[in-house]
Design a protein around this ligand. Structure first.
Ligand SMILES: Cc1ncc(C[n+]2csc(CCOP(=O)(O)OP(=O)(O)O)c2C)c(N)n1
Ligand SMILES: [Mg+2]
Length: 331
């Protein structure tokens, strides 16, 4: 752990963070195995390597708080509590999915757990988060909205517009940039004029926190500070959480453009086993306790996958349902 001694959360929170990280890691491993075997063809953006960020954020959120995420967002969804059965059914395009099989991997939403949108339009999670946060502000419901996005999204105009409005209106929103060092096939430094995305917060008069997004304690402290600030009506925060994506942009990416040494170093410092070991070294959990968490998730994921693959496809008569506010009659 590299944190500069932030206040340590209690054991329940420490283990909750581990549980979420383990769930995300095992879920990702299952997704990639299914893709490799050809059993489940789908478009898939692996979040492996980025487990800490949403796990540390989510233990600071309420169930009724909102998140907006992006196509690499299964980690964000799982950490927030999107149930495995509905998630896998949607990944497989089945009628029992979060969006009745009509959204697919790129468009998962599950309002019951606060996952309000998954968007494939780079830069769009932040203005949508502002809309949710504005609604909360007007209603006074005390909710906080977290907008997750990548480093490349911070170069899109909508990022700047959203931060500006959120600051002007003091919206209860937290902008969490998961800087995984690449936007598609382009290295961060090649396309970004600042060394730190968090420096951009100054332009919009909000705090900018630069944090090691693979350090659970540091990430937890950053998230708690920003979420408390938002909930107290003090306005938005920009968090830049530095991390790394282990498996390229999209599944099947040969990643020949990536720096091999950088990737090898990041994978050698895999945050999930590192945190697991730290929990044992500090006496927070035994090997048996952690193994029970891991195997519990493995069997729950396996069951969800089998259930999803046995579930029915959406009926063609459903095509126009839930798509527009006013239902259209089939042509
Ligand atoms: C407006 C828009 N421009 C371009 C694309 C194509 N595209 C999809 S993902 C991506 C890179 C996103 O990188 P980043 O924001 O760093 O998120 P990451 O995928 O690394 O998590 C691009 C350029 C898009 N989907 N939307
Ligand atoms: Mg990126």
């Amino acid at each position: 752990m590299t944190s500069a001694n932030p206040v340590q959360p209690d054991k329940t929170v420490l283990l909750d963070m581990y549980s979420k990280m383990s769930l995300i890691k095992h879920n990702d491993e299952t997704a990639r195995k299914l893709l490799m075997s050809g059993r489940l063809p789908m478009i898939y953006y692996s979040p492996r390597g980025q487990e800490v960020i949403p796990s540390a954020v989510s233990v600071n959120l309420r169930r009724d708080d909102y998140i907006c995420t992006i196509s690499r967002g299964t980690h964000d969804m799982l950490a927030k509590g999107v149930p495995l059965d509905a998630l896998w059914a949607e990944l497989a395009g089945r009628a029992t999915g979060t969006c009745k099989g009509k959204g697919g991997p790129m468009h998962i939403t599950h309002p019951e757990s606060g996952c309000m949108i998954t968007t494939g339009i780079v830069g769009s999670s932040m203005p949508i988060a502002n809309g949710l946060a504005l609604a909360s502000q007007i209603k006074g419901d005390g909710r906080v909205t977290v907008a997750y996005f990548g480093d490349a999204a911070s170069n899109i105009g909508a990022f700047h517009e959203a931060l500006n409005m959120a600051s002007v209106w003091k919206l209860p929103v937290v902008f969490v940039c998961q800087n995984n060092r690449y936007g598609e096939h382009t290295k961060f430094e090649k396309a970004t004029a600042v060394a730190k995305v968090s420096d951009r917060a100054a332009s919009y008069s909000m705090p900018g926190i630069h944090v090691d997004g693979n350090d659970p304690l540091a990430m937890h402290a950053a998230a708690r500070e920003a979420i408390e600030r938002a909930r107290a009506g003090e306005g938005p925060t920009l968090i830049e959480a530095v991390t790394f994506r282990f498996f390229g942009h999209v599944f099947g990416d040969a990643d020949g453009y990536m720096d091999k040494d950088e990737k090898a170093a990041a994978m050698a410092a895999d945050p999930v086993p590192r945190y697991r070991q730290w929990l044992m070294d500090q006496g927070h959990a035994s090997e048996a306790e952690l193994a029970a968490i891991d195997t519990g998730h493995e069997s729950a994921i396996k069951a969800a996958v089998e259930k999803a693959l046995a579930a029915p496809w959406p009926d063609p008569s459903e095509l126009y349902k839930d798509v527009f506010t006013h239902e259209l009659a089939p042509a």
